[in-house]
Structures are given as C-alpha cells and as structure tokens.
Design a protein around this ligand. Sequence first.
Ligand SMILES: *Cc1c(COP(=O)(O)O)cnc(C)c1O
Length: 372
Amino acid sequence: MDFFNTKKQYNLLKTKINKAIASVHNHGKYIMGPEVIQLENLLKKYLNVKYVITCANGTDALMLSLMSINIKKGDAVFLPSFSFVSTAEAVAILGADPVFVDVDERTFNIKKESLIAAIENIKNNTDLNCKAIVSVDLFGQTSNYDELKKISQKYKLKLIADSAQSFGAKWKNKKVGNLADITTTSFFPAKPFGCYGDGGAVFTNNSRLFNKINSIRIHGSNKKKYQYSYVGINSRLDTIQASILIEKLRIFDKEIEIRNKIAKFYNKNLSKYLKIPIIDNNCRSVWAQYTLISNNRKKIINYLSKYKIPTAIYYPIPIHLQKPYQKFYKSPDGLKNSIILSKQVFSIPIYPYLSKKNQIEIISRIKETFKN
Ligand SMILES: *Cc1c(COP(=O)(O)O)cnc(C)c1O
C-alpha cells in the first residue's frame, strides 16, 4: 500500500497527458508557452477569480505575494506555527519577522484568540510594524475567513491565504482564491492538485497586486524588453507542467468528491476510537490529508507498519521550535495546541485512487490496536 501514488492517476490520463506533453515539444515554447496562459485562464474560470499568476512553486507564490505588499525588515507577519516551514520561510527570507500563532486543536487552523493576543503584543510592546496575516488552510480545510477578515480589517493587516493544501476547497460556497486579499497554492505532486514537478500559483481580485506580482515573477520586468520596474525573481511555471495540469483539472472535481467519500468512510468507522478531524460546517475540505489525534500514536503507527500500512506525521515539530525560527516572537499564549498536536497527530492514506479494500484494511488494523 502507498501513502500516496501518482501512477494510477497517470495510467488513467496517460494518452491525454502524453499528447499534451508532445504538443509542447512540437511548438518548443518551454517557458511561458501558450499552455501557461491557457491554464491561467482555466483557473480563473474554475475559481471565479479575476487574476491568476502561475509560478515555480508554492513557496515562491508566498514570497511573490509578500513582495507585492512590500514586506521587508521591520515588518511583522502573523502566521500559524503548526504548518509546513514555507509559510514562515517566505517571511524570514525577506528580512521580516514571522510572528507565530497557535492553531485550533480540532480544525488545525489559526486560532482567533491566539492571533489577537499576538497582534496586540507586537503592536504594544515592540517596534515592529504589523503588516499581514498569512493563514494556512491545513490538510485541505479552509481557515475561518469570516473571523480572519474581521481581524485583518480591524488591525489594517493584509490577509494572505496559504492555500497550498486547499486548492478547490470552499468556505460558505466561495472557492479558495476569493477568501483573502491574496491566495497562494502549490502544485507539488502530493498536493490535491499536483503536477509532475514543482509548480505554484497566486490568485487575487486586485488589479494593482496582479500587475506587480506578474512583473516580479519575471525579474520585475515591464512591457518594454530589458526594462525593469521592480527588483524581481525568476519564478515561472514550466509550460510542460501547465499542459499536464490542464488535463488534470478536467477530473479534479471528481477527485475531490472521492476524497470526501473516503474521509466520510474513515470518520464513520474511526470516530469511536480516535479523535477524527473536524471540518467546520461552512467548509468543504479537499482532504489533502486525513489526520487523526492520539496520545498513543507510536503504538498505532508501529502496528500499522507491521502490516505495511504507511502513515505520516505532519508536522513533528512546530515551526517556532525549529532552530532558525526560535528567535522570532510568538503569541503570549505559548502555542500549547501546536506543541501538543505535533506529538499526537498522524495521517493515514487518502488519495482518490486508494482502493476500498485498502481503506477497509486501514480501518480494521487501527481498530485492532484498541483490542489489546
Ligand atoms: C507544500 C506547502 C507549501 C510550499 O509549496 P512548494 O510548492 O513545495 O514550495 C507552502 N505551504 C504549505 C502549507 C504547504 O503545504
């Protein structure tokens, strides 16, 4: 059994994807070819968002977003500690201060009280300028964007959604891409909407931000060749990856449906034994991960591995406890949930091509660990 595998999906789409790649070889426009523009237009329609800027990966998508709002040394950006490192890395690399905030113990997303306490603390007790919030939609579930919008407006902060794991998810029937000032995603192969290499994108409805991000991703170039408006970076999505994503987008809604079915099946069979993931009623998750909570995860993981059932731990150490990030501020509440969750969470396989037989085996092996 695999924790995740791309082979079954590839076999399903093989003819179309091979043809798409061959057609890129035929025109030879490997950088910013017509498929890149076509994908951006398809994503605009799919998300109902005004502007899409594809780029090299999800980390760059965050960096491009932060650069577009001038994040720099002396600025504070609030973000959850229980996330993938990129969320904080993109802030720190620009010389700004990530300020770590705790997460809710059941949704795994940013905790309102912890965020407010962190903002008040930085505002009142430091010289940093409070500039932005980066929310993370962990494991495929959106953050609570009603709360976050209110807080960002009250404190005049820009709201960036790190939706690397939640492309396709919805909050109150609105798709990711429309829930924050700027939204970023990743097309890393193991994300819900992945390509066959690195890839990412930024979404916004703001034309000024679009123009700036669009320029920064190509060295800060402007319309005249070899003239530049900003200090930029080189971060483009390869045409070949775009051509692959175009084919995958056609079956993506179906895949989200299957992920939700598997999650429902797990929920029904595991809730008696373990803390199952809780999805807010306002949200449709895309189930990037199915993550359980146990104060005895080691026993369960070891037992499952005896039967070659793979598991993963996202994330074993919260970012604020990682060596390069210990020096930054954190919410005065001490980030208790992030610390406890890092010791108790484990994820089981949930990709759309996981067979029912495998799902049943995972459930019954987990149940067995509670019998002895
Ligand atoms: C994967 C991920 C990223 C980074 O995406 P890459 O494409 O790997 O750079 C950023 N944030 C979160 C929450 C992620 O899961």
